[in-house]
Ligand binder design. Structure first.
Ligand SMILES: Cc1ncc(COP(=O)(O)O)c(C=O)c1O
Length: 424
């Protein structure tokens, strides 16, 4: 069976994990610090704070920039559900902007229309006008607008834009940032899939790593489905030392002195618990693996780009399929390979996936939409491009170690299915 993905782990990671175990220091400690420093250097960020996963990173990022109960955060539905859930974890509600189907990312024009036409300035802040429409059963807004709620006017402040770099493909940060700045709203990047991806702000003359960050904060995932992995894990980067200090409190119960600092102190130190916070720590075992993974990242992304190019060459000429291509401002890490089948119905998508499965090839359907899942569906969002992308896209196997004969078999099977459907 050809899997959809495989983590690229070997002896180096196993030895690093083993030596962390044998060091006697297994939770957040010296290896976490070393991983954070290496990560910050790699993406060009001033600060990087390691956490237990990207959902935790997103939750912390939103809280740290001031998202409060009753606020709204503008994002996309077309993302893993953690993006929307992180907003709800702050007792705020996501506003879903449709995607540009050619990038799978937030459509900046739709963002601009939303902020200009559906929001209004009150004092120094921007408010969404139709907050009562958000009071779905699973939404924290039902406490504002449900029976006995606090009523209109008390909720709907637009607290942030949460921009996703879907499947590692950088979103149009230049336009999104420009629009958000005009409306005085902060931008956070969900870069869960985007480690190793690059973005250009000068038409391709120079490139910067995603995570510098370009918004106020960027959040990464090290789940095994990602380009590098620590089993579970996340990272949060920023330029702002104040935000970084908040992240360190938020991930560690609000504790003002780290375990490592107490351990190495030669006088007695008592810690304080400065805020109500969480246990979102990464372990030193995970960080030791992450350090080794990061050393390999350039080779990993080069190989993923080569494999994606092979798919593009073979499938790009076929009628009825749309391949993923970089924009002039993007260099994706090819975390996934989305193949769009033009005019595809859900039924046809299943037939395509089944054909590949029958031939020993695992696939996944396109990225999910949070608004079509039970916790969000009763709000009644209609997002045509997102809905089409979920049902017309299939992700093909792409990972380091995918052999030529395996990739040729995938290509041949896709072509066979296309021929039967009259697509070539
Ligand atoms: C876009 C996006 N955001 C957030 C997450 C959540 O990451 P984690 O599993 O590390 O919490 C994922 C995971 O797949 C993701 O793809």
């Amino acid at each position: 069976m050809i899997p959809i993905t495989k983590p690229f782990l070997s002896e180096e990671e196993a030895r690093a994990a083993s030596s962390a175990v044998l060091s006697g220091w297994v939770t957040q400690g010296p290896k976490v610090k070393e991983f954070e420093d290496a990560f910050a250097r790699y993406v060009g960020a001033e600060h990087a704070c390691a956490v237990s996963n990207c959902t935790a990173a997103l939750h912390m990022a939103l809280l740290a920039v001031g998202v409060q109960p009753g606020d709204v955060v503008v994002t996309v539905s077309h993302s893993f559900i953690a993006t929307a859930n992180a907003v709800r974890h702050c007792c705020a509600e996501p506003i879903f902007i449709d995607i540009d189907p050619s990038t799978y990312n937030m459509d900046p024009g739709a963002l601009e229309r939303f902020l200009a036409e559906e929001c209004e300035a009150r004092g120094n802040a921007l408010y969404y006008r139709k907050t009562d429409s958000l009071a779905g059963e699973g939404s924290p807004f039902c406490h504002f607008f449900g029976p006995g709620g606090r009523g209109p006017g008390s909720a709907g402040r637009v607290a942030a834009v949460l921009a996703v770099h879907q499947m590692g493909m950088p979103c149009d940060m230049e336009r999104i940032k420009g629009i958000a700045e005009r409306f005085n709203v902060r931008v956070i990047e969900d870069a869960a899939c985007a480690i190793g991806s690059e973005i250009s702000f000068d038409g391709g003359k120079s490139w910067e790593k995603i995570g510098r960050p370009h918004g106020g904060v960027a959040c990464f995932s090290f789940h095994p489905r990602k380009v590098i992995t620590t089993g579970e894990g996340g990272m949060i980067t920023t330029r702002d030392p104040g935000l970084d200090a908040k992240f360190r409190l938020l991930r560690h119960h609000g504790m003002t002195v780290s375990d490592a600092a107490r351990h190495s102190a030669d006088s007695v130190i008592f810690e304080e618990y400065a805020m109500t916070a969480f246990n979102y720590r990464m372990t030193d075992i995970q960080a030791a693996i992450g350090i080794e993974q990061l050393k390999k990242i350039d080779g990993i992304t080069d190989e993923r780009r080569r494999l994606a190019e092979e798919y593009n060459k073979a499938l790009g000429q076929l009628d009825g399929f749309v391949i993923p291509v970089d924009r002039e401002y993007t260099r994706t890490n090819r975390q996934s390979y989305p193949l769009m089948i033009e005019g595809c119905s859900g039924v046809e998508q299943v037939s395509f996936m089944q054909k590949l499965l029958d031939n020993g090839i695992t696939t996944r359907r396109g990225i999910m939409n949070a608004h079509q899942e039970p916790p969000y569906s009763d709000i009644g969002w209609r997002l045509e491009a997102s809905e089409r992308a979920r049902d017309a896209v299939v992700l093909l196997p792409l990972y380091n170690g995918l052999r030529k004969d395996e990739q040729d078999h995938v290509i041949k099977t896709v072509k066979e299915w296309g021929r039967k459907r009259g697509r070539q």
